[in-house]
Design a protein around this ligand. Structure first.
Ligand SMILES: Nc1ncnc2c1ncn2[C@@H]1O[C@H](COP(=O)(O)OP(=O)(O)OP(=O)(O)O)[C@@H](O)[C@H]1O
Ligand SMILES: [Mg+2]
Length: 454
C-alpha cells in the first residue's frame, strides 16, 4: 500500500524537487497534498488526508503543540532541514522528532524514514493509552550529547557546545541526567503542599544537594511569594514556552531558574490562575526531563486536582488544566501525598489516594500528614491517624508533621526559609527528616533521638 504523504516544506529548490520526485508515488509513498502553511497541514491531517507528513524546520509556527496535533491525527512526521544547518536539525530533534534528515536526502531514503516514523508512531500508540499519549512528546535531553561522560558538554541554545565558563552553573558534584523528580501533591483544602515542597527543597539544598524547586500549581502558585521573590515573572511558564518552541536547553533552563540560596534554584509558577494554559503537559514533561541534568533533586509543588474531562481527554490536543499535575505525577520518581491531619483532611486524602492510583498506575506514594495535633483527632493523634489510614486507604507507613503555627507564620511573614527563621522548630526538624529519607541519608540527630524515644 502506498502511504499518502502531506508536504509542508519551504520553497527551497531541493525541497521542491524532492516533493516532485515523491509525487510520482515511488518507494511506497506519494505526496497527496502540498500544504501552503502549518494551518493547512493541520487541517489536512485532521481530515485524514495523509498518514505521514514532511515538514521543514523553517515552517512558520511549527512547535510542540502542532506536532502533538499531528500525532493525535495519527500522522507520522519526518523533519527536513537545509543541509549543513545544525541549529535547525537540533531544533527538530528537541521538538521530539526522531526522523530528521537533510533536505538533499535521496527520495528512496526519505521514504524509508517515513516508514520508520510510521512504525515508531504505531509503537508509541500501542504503549500509551489514548490520553497519556499527549504527555509523551518532545525530549530536549535528546539534543544533549552524552551527559554521562566527563568530556561531554551540553549544547547552548544556538546548538553549539558551551564553553567551560558558560557552564559554571553546572554543579560538579552531581552527574547530569541522574537527577530525581519528586512531585508534592495532595487533595484540596490547602493541606500544606507548598509548605512541604519548599521545606524539603530547602533542606536538600542546605545539605549541599543541588536542588530545583518548581511551582506547577495551575490553581495559583505561591512558591515565589513564600520565598519572598519580588519578581513576578513565572520561570516555569517561560521554560514551558521555550520547550514548546524547541528552544529549551540546559543553559536556557538555568537562565529562567534563578538561584535563591546555595544549591537551590527556583522555577516560579503562575501567580494568576487564569494563566494555567501556559503550563502545557507535554512542555512540562520536557522541562522535567531536562531538569534531571540541572539538579540532583527537582521538587515540584503540584495542583490538587486530578479530574480529567472525559470528553476532552481523548483525541484532542485541547489544553487540560490538570494536565500539568498529571504529567508531573507520571514523570515523578517519588510522589509525596500530603493530607491535613483532621477528620475532613483525612477523608479527602483517602479519596485522593484512590484517584491517584487510578491516574498513575503502580504509584507508591510517600504519605505525609501535616498539622498533626491532638485537639481535633484525640489524645493519641499519630496512633489514631495511622490506624485510620491503614484501615481506609491501606497505607502502612505515614510521615507526620506536627502542627507548628508560629515558626511557619514567621517564615511566611519574612518571606524566608523555615530553616533560616526557626531552625530548632519541631516542624523544621520533621521536614529535615523527610528530606533526608528522600536523599537516603539518616535523619538528623535530633529526629533520631525523638524517634528512639517514641
Ligand atoms: N505543619 C503545619 N503547622 C501549622 N500550619 C501549617 C503546617 N503546614 C502548613 N501550614 C499552614 O497551612 C496553610 C496552607 O499551607 P500551604 O500553603 O503549604 O498549603 P497548600 O496545600 O499548598 O495550599 P494551596 O491549596 O493554597 O496551594 C499555610 O498558612 C501554612 O502555613
Ligand atoms: Mg500551595
Amino acid at each position: 500500500m502506498t502511504v499518502p504523504l502531506l508536504a509542508a516544506v519551504s520553497g527551497a529548490s531541493w525541497e521542491a524537487d524532492l516533493v516532485a520526485a515523491l509525487e510520482g508515488g515511488a518507494d511506497g509513498v506519494t505526496v497527496v497534498r502540498r500544504c501552503v502553511d502549518l494551518a493547512d497541514l493541520l487541517a489536512a491531517a485532521a481530515a485524514g488526508t495523509g498518514r505521514a507528513a514532511l515538514v521543514s524546520a523553517d515552517l512558520r509556527r511549527l512547535d510542540q503543540d502542532a506536532l502533538i496535533r499531528l500525532a493525535l491525527a495519527h500522522v507520522a512526521v519526518v523533519g527536513l532541514f537545509t543541509p549543513g544547518d545544525d541549529v535547525a536539525e537540533a531544533r527538530l530533534r528537541v521538538l521530539g522528532l526522531d526522523q530528521v534528515l537533510p533536505a538533499d536526502t535521496p527520495p528512496h531514503d526519505i521514504a524509508a524514514a517515513v516508514a520508520s516514523s510510521l512504525a515508531g508512531a504505531q509503537r508509541r500508540r500501542a504503549s500509551n493509552d489514548g490520553g497519556s499519549a499527549l504527555l509523551s512528546y518532545g525530549d530536549p535531553a535528546a539534543a544533549l550529547t552524552d551527559l554521562g561522560s566527563t568530556a561531554a558538554v551540553p549544547n547552548g541554545s544556538n546548538g553549539q557546545a558551551l564553553s567551560a565558563e558558560s557552564t559554571g552553573w553546572l554543579d560538579p558534584m552531581f552527574e547530569p541526567g541522574t537527577g530525581r523528580l519528586v512531585a508534592v501533591w495532595g487533595p484540596t483544602g490547602a493541606p500544606g503542599r507548598t509548605t512541604v515542597a519548599v521545606g524539603i527543597a530547602g533542606e536538600l539544598a542546605l545539605a549541599g544537594v543541588p536542588t530545583l524547586l518548581a511551582d506547577a500549581d495551575t490553581y495559583g502558585g505561591s512558591v515565589a511569594q513564600v520565598l519572598g521573590f519580588l519578581d513576578e515573572a513565572p520561570g516555569l511558564a517561560a521554560a514551558a514556552r521555550l520547550a514548546n518552541l524547541g528552544q529549551l536547553d540546559l543553559a536556557a533552563l538555568a537562565r529562567v531558574a534563578p538561584t535563591a540560596a546555595p544549591h537551590l534554584r527556583v522555577l516560579t509558577g503562575i501567580s494568576r490562575a487564569e494563566r494555567w494554559t501556559e503550563l502545557r503537559p507535554a512542555a512540562l514533561e520536557a522541562v522535567w526531563s531536562l531538569a534531571r541534568s540541572l539538579a540532583a533533586f527537582t521538587v515540584v509543588d503540584c495542583g490538587f486536582s486530578l479530574e480529567q474531562d472525559e470528553e476532552l481527554s481523548f483525541d484532542t490536543a485541547a489544553p487540560r488544566r490538570n494536565g500539568a499535575t498529571l504529567a508531573t505525577l507520571l514523570a515523578a520518581d517519588t510522589v509525596i501525598a500530603v493530607g491535613a491531619a483532621d477528620p475532613v483532611g483525612l477523608q479527602r486524602l483517602v479519596r485522593a489516594l484512590g484517584d491517584l492510583s487510578e491516574a498513575v498506575p503502580g504509584v507508591n506514594p510517600v504519605v505525609v500528614l501535616t498539622k498533626v495535633r491532638s485537639g481535633v483527632v484525640g489524645t493519641e493523634p499519630r496512633k489514631q491517624l495511622a490506624e485510620a489510614l491503614e484501615r481506609y486507604a491501606g497505607v502502612h507507613d505515614v510521615t507526620f508533621l506536627p502542627y507548628d503555627r508560629e515558626p511557619l507564620d514567621d517564615a511566611l511573614r519574612q518571606g524566608r526559609m523555615l530553616a533560616d527563621v526557626a531552625p530548632e522548630s519541631v516542624v523544621r526538624q520533621a521536614l529535615a527528616g523527610l528530606a533526608a529519607t528522600l536523599d537516603g541519608r539518616p535523619p538528623p540527630l535530633r529526629r533520631r533521638r525523638l524517634l528512639r524515644r517514641g
